[in-house]
Design a protein around this ligand. Structure first.
Ligand code: TXA
Ligand code: MG
Length: 333
């Protein structure tokens, strides 16, 4: 017993104390970022795990804390549109697109991929010639970035491969004792990550559907391409890894197959497997709650989640993208 306790004590000593901040003491959180520490913070999409984007050793800590593969680049978050031009080399050929998009959608759930400027550390871009930049809508996020006075590199605040953190408690679950600070706020309004739009190509290409729908983008730019699975792997390194997956096995039922859910419920019941059915009846609540639903299933030790597909219109496209990635089995009819 004694040695067990000592071992645990030693491990605890190696953990750090994670400080919790709120809107009223953002200054403390910003100071940690300036010192090269990690601070998780809310955005309208999901919580982000932030570091000073110009400090390579701070950025490295993100990869360690998340156990994230080093070849998966990060999004740089800014608080003023003009800061984009310090980070990205917006050529004259891309200027019109960038102006239209930032006028229409920033601050908001849209990440732009552009050629990088050379002072951006390789750790942020995973050595790519391009860089991802976003100006979040969340006032708290923008205030924190302003107070830090530097651009903030931030992936979603979750252990690599797990559903993104959309609640303060998710971030605490994954990072308590592993990062210097967390800014506590309400659940993320959108609950799904930003739309990633590649502007380095001849036609603007959606690499990851997200909180801003493709139909909104099409109102501003006439031609938008949706990248197919294969192209995604080449262009957006993050796409090749397992994502958004709870420990539970996710079985996704396409619309035509939803009537088969009871059959599967019976099948697993007979085998004594703890099963839960997820049938969204309201897409807005569903996108906001999806990652909480997946995480809750793990907490409740659910072994199999039977999930009904939603229509792929607007934010439904993003919901289905995430569900397909978290699914181990897809039932078509
Ligand atoms: O809503 C969001 O985007 C959240 C919040 C915190 O802003 N962030 C987020 O970051 O989802 P992360 O790291 O989980 O996802 C970033 C995605 C990854 O798929 C990554 O591969 C892609 O953006 N990405 C980043 N830089 C890229 C680049 N230069 N070229 C292509 N894809 C890039
Ligand atoms: Mg992520």
């Amino acid at each position: 017993m004694q040695s067990d306790f000592e071992l645990r004590f030693d491990l605890d000593m190696s953990l750090m104390k994670t400080l919790i901040f709120d809107l009223k003491n953002l200054r403390g959180a910003a100071d940690l970022l300036i010192k090269g520490e990690l601070v998780a913070f809310p955005t309208e999409t999901v919580y982000g795990l932030g570091a000073n984007a110009l400090d390579a050793s701070a950025v490295k800590k993100i990869f360690i804390a998340k156990n994230r593969p080093a070849d998966n680049p990060l999004i740089i978050h800014i608080a003023n549109v003009k800061d984009l031009y310090e980070i990205a080399d917006v050529g004259s050929d891309k200027k019109a697109w960038v102006e239209k998009l930032t006028d229409a959608f920033w601050p908001g759930p849209l990440t732009l991929i552009l050629n990088r400027r050379t002072h951006i550390p390789d750790e942020v871009t995973a050595g790519l010639d391009s860089v991802a930049v976003r100006m979040p809508q969340s006032r708290i996020a923008r205030k924190l970035i302003k107070l830090a006075g530097v651009p903030i590199a931030a992936p979603s605040a979750n252990l690599s491969g797990k559903p993104s953190g959309t609640r303060f408690k998710h971030v605490l679950e994954d990072f308590d004792g592993k990062i210097a600070g967390i800014v506590k706020s309400k659940p993320s309004k959108i609950g799904l990550e930003s739309t990633v739009l590649d502007l380095t190509t001849d036609i603007p290409t959606v690499l990851r559907p997200g909180g801003l729908s493709v139909s909104e983008l099409e109102k501003v730019l006439p031609e938008i391409r949706l990248s197919s699975g294969k192209v995604q792997i080449a262009k957006s390194p993050g796409m090749k890894y397992q994502h958004y997956a709870p420990a539970a096995k996710v079985v996704l039922f396409e619309i035509d197959a939803i009537i088969r859910i009871p059959e599967y419920v019976d099948f697993y019941k007979k085998k004594n497997v703890k099963t839960r059915v997820i049938k969204p009846d309201n897409i807005k609540d569903f996108n906001r709650n999806l990652y909480e639903i997946l995480r809750k299933a793990d907490k409740d030790k659910v072994a199999v989640l039977l999930v009904a597909a939603v229509s792929e219109a607007d934010i439904g496209l993003t919901v289905m993208n995430r569900l397909r990635k978290s699914a181990t089995e897809i039932i078509e009819r």
